[in-house]
Design a protein around this ligand. Structure first.
Ligand SMILES: [Zn+2]
Length: 683
C-alpha cells in the first residue's frame, strides 16, 4: 500500500478528473443477487455490475482516488456462504486488482440473515435469530421482512462472524472491514433469546455487591429477572421516565451487548491483522434515545473504530432556518475513541473532514480522508485531499463549553434528548460557540474547558457531582438547567438537589448565580423547547423539526458567558447559514477558524471573526477552494481581541491565524501526527 496523498501534484487536474468521472462505475457494497431480491433494480444494471469488476474500471477508480484511496466493495450480505460463493469469488478478484493498482480494499459485512437462502445454507442459523417480545423474529426495516436480525450475543453467530472476518483477511486481503446492521432494534423488538435471557441476570449480578443488590432491587438473588414484558397496554414507546431498576439494567445490558460484540470482532481482526481498519454503523447522535432504542451509548465506545453516522442527513438550512447536520456526531470523535465518517454528500464530507478527529494509522496515515469511502471531487474535493494532513487529521478542536450527556440522565429518560442537551447543542452550534460534547467518562478531564453545561441532567451519580464540584472549586464555570441534580444515578430523588448541596446553587423557580471556590455556577429553571411532545406520541423526532435552540437561548448563552468569566475564545458574527468549527492548525500554535456555508447560494454579507489575542501578534492567511476575496482582510487588535472580516463566503474558507514570529511552514505538506496543543480537546 502506498502512502496517502499529501501533495497537490498527486491529485488529478480538473479536466482529467471530469473525463474520468464520465467513465467510472463505482463498485457497490451490495451483491447483485441481493439487489435483485430486494426488487426495484433498474433494468440493465447488470452491465454496470460487470463493468465495475473490470481492470479498466479499477484503473479509472485508482486514478480518481489516488494513492491511499479506498473503496468499499461487496463481500458478504447475509444470504449464506454457498449462495454468495460465486459473488464472493468475484470480490476477491476485484480486491486483487484494486491492490495491484495501489487502492485500499474495504469489504462490507451485512448483519442480517436473508432467510430464504441463509437458512438453507446454514440450517443452524435459525437458532441465531433475535427473538422479539412476541416470540417472533426481528425483521429488517422497509418491508424487507425476509431478513432477520441475528443476536449479537449468540456464541455461534459470533463464531460465524469471526469466520467471515478471516475470509475477508485471507481471501480479500481486506484493509478495511465495514460492519453494518449490528445494532439493536427499538423495544419491543430487541432480542430476548435464551442467550440474552441467561446473560442479562448474570451481568447484573456481577455488577453489584450483595448489599448493593438488596438496596437497588430489594433482593440479592437476581436469577429471576427477565427482559421487560411489554404489552399493548404498556408499550415501551410511551415510557418517559425510566425509574424501574430492571428496565434500567436492561438498557445497560443491551448497550453492553453491542459494545461487547464489536469488542470481540475488533480483538479477532487485530489479532489476525493489526493494521486493518474497522468501520461500523452505530449511527450518530440523533433526536431520540439511542441507548434505549438501539443499544448505543456513544459514551462507552473506547474502541478505535470508524463509525458511520448514517442518518441520511446532509448539512442544510432547515425549514425554520436551523443549521442541521451531523455536527454532534463529529464532535464526539474528540471525546470518544470513535472516528466518524459521512460519505453521503459533498457537504456532509466537508463538514465531516472539517470536524472529525481522524484515526492515525501507520499504513494509511490519517483516516478517513476524502477518497476513502468519501467521494467528493472538483475544487472542494482536491482541496480537502491536499490539506488532509495539514488542516484536519487528528488536530484537536478548541472548546470553551462542554455539554454533558450523563448516562442516567440520557439513557433512563425517554424525552431528554429533546429537552436537554440536544437543543442546547443546537444553540451553541448556531451561535458558533466553541464547544464539545462530553460523557461521564470525560469528567476527570474537564480542566481543559471553561464551562460545563448541564442541560436538564436530572440524574447524576455522586462521583459525577464530586468531579463537577472539584472543577468549579478550581475555577471552572457551571450552568445547570431544569431538574439538573434532583436524582441520583439510579434515578432516586435526592433529599437535597446535588447542585445545591455541592455548590450552594439554588435550583428553584428563579434563575440563580453563585460563586463557589474560584469558579462560578448559574442555574436556569427552564429550557423552553420549541417542539412539544404530547403523551402517546412516539418519542423521536426529525432533525428538521426538533433541532432548534430553546426559545430562551439568549439567557442560556448569557449564563454560559458569565460562568466562563467573559467572552468566548472565538466569536463569529454573520448570516445564519454560516457554520464554524475551531481547530489547531498546521502547527499546534496556529488556530484555524473553519467557516462553512450551509446554504446553496453564496453568503453575501460580512462575516466577522474575533479571537482572544492572548498577548500575541497574529498573522492571517485564508485557504479555500473558492476564489480568494479581491482584497485580503486586515487584522485589527483592540482590547485583548484580534478581529478580521470576510466580505462573503461561497462554500468554505479556512482562516489560519498564526502567532507572529512562529516558524513559517508550507500549508501543503506532510506533517504526520500532530502534537496536541495546550488548549485542544483530546479523547
Ligand atoms: Zn439474544
Amino acid at each position: 500500500m502506498n502512502k496517502p496523498v499529501t501533495t497537490a501534484d498527486a491529485i488529478v487536474g480538473p479536466e482529467e478528473e471530469q473525463e474520468l468521472l464520465k467513465q467510472v462505475v463505482w463498485p457497490s457494497h451490495e451483491p447483485l443477487a441481493f439487489l435483485r431480491r430486494r426488487g426495484g433494480l433498474k433494468r440493465g444494471y447488470e452491465a454496470d455490475y460487470e463493468r465495475y469488476h473490470t481492470p479498466e474500471n479499477v484503473a479509472v477508480v485508482a486514478r480518481l482516488l489516488g494513492p491511499g484511496g479506498m473503496h468499499i466493495i461487496h463481500f458478504y450480505k447475509g444470504m449464506g456462504l454457498k449462495h454468495e460463493a460465486a459473488e464472493m469469488e468475484r470480490c476477491y478478484v476485484l480486491a486483487r486488482e484494486m491492490h495491484r493498482r495501489g487502492l485500499g480494499v474495504c469489504v462490507y459485512i451485512g448483519g442480517t440473515m436473508h432467510t430464504e437462502t441463509m437458512y438453507a445454507d446454514h440450517p443452524e442459523a435459525r437458532d441465531w435469530a433475535c427473538v422479539a417480545t412476541d416470540g417472533g423474529p426481528v425483521t429488517y426495516m422497509m418491508y424487507q421482512l425476509w431478513r432477520h436480525f441475528a443476536c449479537v450475543n449468540h456464541p455461534d453467530y459470533r463464531a460465524f462472524m469471526r469466520g467471515l472476518c478471516d475470509l475477508a483477511i485471507d481471501r480479500a486481503e481486506a484493509d478495511w472491514i465495514w460492519f453494518d446492521n449490528n445494532i439493536l432494534r427499538a423495544e419491543p423488538r430487541s432480542c430476548r433469546c435464551r442467550h440474552c435471557r441467561a446473560l442479562f441476570p448474570r451481568r447484573v449480578m456481577a455488577k453489584y455487591s450483595e448489599a448493593e443488590r438488596v438496596e437497588r432491587f430489594g433482593c440479592a438473588d437476581l436469577g429471576g429477572i427477565q427482559p421487560p414484558a411489554w404489552s399493548e397496554s404498556w408499550p415501551p414507546s410511551r415510557l418517559h421516565e425510566i425509574s424501574d431498576p430492571v428496565v434500567q439494567e436492561w438498557i445497560d445490558f443491551r448497550c453492553h451487548s453491542v459494545r461487547d460484540f464489536f469488542g470481540e470482532m475488533e480483538a479477532h481482526i487485530h489479532r489476525r491483522k493489526p493494521d486493518c481498519i474497522i468501520a461500523l454503523n452505530i449511527k450518530g447522535i440523533h433526536p431520540h434515545n439511542l441507548c434505549f432504542d438501539n443499544g448505543i451509548d456513544h459514551g462507552r465506545w473506547d474502541l478505535r473504530l470508524v463509525n458511520s453516522c448514517d442518518a441520511g442527513l446532509a448539512p442544510d438550512v432547515g425549514p425554520r432556518g436551523n443549521l442541521i447536520g451531523e455536527f454532534r456526531s463529529f464532535k464526539i470523535s474528540h471525546t470518544t475513541a470513535l472516528s466518524v465518517i459521512d460519505g453521503h454528500s459533498d457537504r456532509g464530507n466537508l463538514l465531516g473532514i472539517v470536524m472529525n478527529r481522524q484515526l492515525h494509522t501507520e499504513r494509511f496515515g490519517c483516516v478517513p480522508a476524502n477518497g476513502q469511502a468519501m467521494l467528493t471531487f472538483g475544487a472542494l474535493g482536491r482541496f480537502l485531499k491536499s490539506r488532509n494532513d495539514t488542516l484536519y487529521g487528528q488536530r484537536p478542536i478548541y472548546a470553551d463549553v462542554a455539554v454533558l450527556r450523563s448516562w442516567p440522565s440520557m439513557a433512563y429518560n425517554g424525552i431528554n434528548w429533546m429537552h436537554g442537551p440536544f437543543i442546547c447543542e443546537q444553540g451553541l452550534w448556531e451561535a458558533r460557540i466553541p464547544f464539545v460534547i462530553v460523557f461521564d467518562r470525560n469528567l476527570d478531564d474537564l480542566a481543559r474547558y471553561r464551562v460545563v453545561l448541564l442541560a436538564n441532567q436530572d440524574a447524576l451519580s455522586d462521583a459525577a457531582v464530586d468531579r463537577l464540584k472539584a472543577f468549579v472549586a478550581d475555577g471552572g464555570g457551571l450552568v445547570a438547567t431544569d431538574g439538573t441534580g434532583r436524582l441520583d444515578d439510579w434515578r432516586r430523588p435526592r433529599l437535597v438537589n446535588a447542585m445545591t448541596e455541592a455548590l450552594g446553587l439554588p435550583t428553584g423557580a428563579r434563575p440563580a448565580r453563585v460563586r463557589f471556590g474560584r469558579g462560578r455556577a448559574a442555574y436556569l429553571p427552564r429550557l423552553e423547547a420549541q417542539t412539544v411532545f404530547r403523551a402517546g406520541e412516539a418519542l423521536r423526532g426529525s432533525h428538521a423539526d426538533t433541532a432548534l435552540p430553546p426559545r430562551n437561548w439568549r439567557s442560556v448563552e448569557a449564563a454560559l458567558r458569565w460562568a466562563a468569566g467573559g467572552a468566548f475564545r472565538f466569536v463569529v458574527r454573520g448570516p445564519r447559514q454560516v457554520a464554524a468549527e475551531f481547530r489547531e492548525g498546521p502547527t499546534p500554535q496556529d488556530r484555524v477558524v473553519h467557516l462553512m456555508n450551509f446554504a446553496a447560494k453564496p453568503v453575501r454579507g460580512r462575516i466577522q471573526v474575533d479571537m482572544a489575542d492572548e498577548g500575541h501578534g497574529w498573522t492571517l492567511k485564508l485557504d479555500s477552494p473558492d476564489p480568494p476575496p479581491v482584497r485580503a482582510p486586515a487584522l485589527t487588535r483592540a482590547r485583548g481581541r484580534v478581529t478580521f472580516a470576510l466580505p462573503g463566503l461561497k462554500v468554505y474558507t479556512a482562516c489560519i491565524l498564526r502567532p507572529a514570529g512562529a516558524r513559517r511552514r508550507s500549508i501543503v505538506g506532510k506533517d504526520g501526527p500532530v502534537r496536541p496543543g495546550a488548549h485542544g480537546v483530546r479523547p
